[in-house]
Design a protein around this ligand. Structure first.
Ligand code: EPZ
Length: 431
């Protein structure tokens, strides 16, 4: 099994090109199920989750073709992916595929809206919490679907098509907002989604659906209004830059010190983390080229955060921020409100010498001068990358094992950090 070995202590200097956002690419690819015409996505990141979704969509009848980098394109430009589903050959999403990636459950919305039927395996639990699907099912029922549960599968039917309705999400859910927005785009009549997620990835999906002919207003606010149309057509859409990758590298630079331009990063998708990093003493300069991150000469100040839906501090940056706070001056308080079990990195950070105590949904991190390298591993993507960040500042060698989690969400992380001076390499087997 592959691992990543880091020898800590190097400052980061240079440029890192930010890839397309995994969490935008996935729902955008799923949107191809809504139309018989071709959807072309540019700047799709090369990630394990994207590769798996290509397989899952192929199973439903989507033809997926990929063209790589063209001459003249930047080094890390993503792929151009063409998705066409003239015919849906199968409306079942089986357990062995859905259980590997929760977002594949989201095919339920487009399949039901286009075909009037979908049979999709329940995703099951995952490392960061139970993650139920009740909001999806209640929302689809509000759009007129009949829903049954059968042997671990959700069986959804709307033989005469979905109809518009009013939905109130009990709490903000990114996935439920994506799915209901896609489903309502092909429903008869008008839909209102209240307490909708306002995440930039939702806005990106709404833009793409609009380019395909959907009529959507209010994406990016808590109320999304959709007027159903009878069919959607072809479109071409670039995937927005990854705000979580951006924030992760910003925290890496904050951790090691140095000066790095995060090329193509969009500051408007990251206002709260930028404000928090400035509080800790990091300089962040926003420009047309991206975001420049600098920390020179002085230490990191402690700051408190609470994870919240957008525009609050994202849960997907909580682990990375905790890694940063292990080196801060003073005590920081980190509260996780989105997922109930997203602190698996705590035990592993402790192996590097971090001082963290847990009290329910709050972690108290007491900064320490020294972290010391050790073998570590993590069971989710963001937790894994937090260990990479800690390893960049730890004395000696840190080996991060089980890095298939990293490959799910970070494109060529060792290349990107290595080019900025980090001593980091991928090993074929853990050592
Ligand atoms: C998306 O997950 C992201 N995944 C997650 O990123 C991210 O952490 C999360 O949004 C929050 O920002 C993708 O975009 C592919 P939710 P999602 O529905 O949509 C509860 C990463 O590391 N809930 O917004 O699955 C749920 O349990 C990943 O890239 C219900 O109770 O998250 C959670 O507590 C991990 N019932 C809260 O809502 C439901 O039916 C928010 O979850 C649905 C959700």
């Amino acid at each position: 099994m592959e691992s990543i070995r880091i020898t800590g202590g190097e400052r980061l200097n240079g440029r890192i090109a930010i890839s397309g956002a995994k969490n935008a690419a996935l729902p955008l690819m799923i949107a191809s199920l809504l139309t018989a015409e071709e959807l072309v996505l540019d700047n799709v990141p090369r990630l394990a989750d994207v590769a798996l979704l290509k397989r899952i969509l192929g199973n439903h009848g989507v033809d997926v073709t990929v063209s790589g980098k063209r001459s003249g394109q930047a080094d890390f430009s993503g792929e151009t992916v063409r998705l066409a589903a003239p015919v849906i050959v199968d409306t079942t999403a089986p357990y062995d595929l859905v259980s590997r990636m929760r977002a594949s459950f989201w095919v339920i919305g487009p399949l039901l809206a286009r075909m009037g039927a979908a049979r999709v395996s329940l995703p099951g639990g995952c490392a960061i919490g139970t993650r139920p699907v009740d909001f999806f099912l209640d929302g689809l029922k509000a759009l007129g679907a009949d829903i049954d549960l059968d042997s671990g599968y959700v069986v959804a039917e709307a033989p005469k098509g979905l109809r518009g309705g009013t939905i109130h999400l009990p709490r903000v859910s990114v996935g439920a907002t994506h799915v209901l927005m896609m489903a309502a785009s092909l429903a008869h009549g008008d839909t209102v989604i209240n307490n909708a997620a306002a995440e930039p990835e939702v806005v990106d999906l709404a833009r793409c659906l609009t380019a395909m002919g959907a009529r959507i207003e209010g994406a990016g606010t808590p109320q999304i209004r959709i007027k159903g149309v009878t069919s959607l057509g072809a479109a071409r859409h670039p995937v927005l830059p990854d705000r979580i990758e951006t924030g992760t590298y910003a925290m890496a630079v904050a951790m090691t010190g140095g000066d790095v331009l995060l090329e193509g990063a969009r500051a408007d998708t990251l206002q709260e983390p930028i404000a928090v990093l400035r509080q800790t003493g990091v300089e962040m300069i926003e420009s047309n080229e991206g975001i420049r991150v600098m920390r020179n000469g002085h230490g990191i100040a402690a700051a408190d955060i609470t994870t919240e839906p957008f525009p609050g501090f994202p849960t997907d940056l909580q682990a990375q921020f905790m890694a940063l706070m292990t080196r801060a001056k003073g005590v920081s308080r980190i509260r996780e409100t989105i997922f109930e079990n997203r602190f698996m990195h705590v035990q592993e950070l402790a192996r590097l010498g971090a001082r963290i105590t847990l009290d329910g949904d709050v972690a108290h991190v007491t900064g320490t001068e020294r972290l010391k390298g050790a073998p570590v591993m993590a069971t989710d993507l963001r937790a894994s990358v937090s260990l990479v960040i800690a390893g960049l500042a730890a004395e000696g060698t840190t080996t991060v094992n089980r890095i298939y989690h990293l490959d799910r969400g970070f494109e060529r992380i060792e290349d990107k950090l290595g080019r900025c001076g980090a001593q980091i390499e991928r090993l074929a087997s853990s050592s």
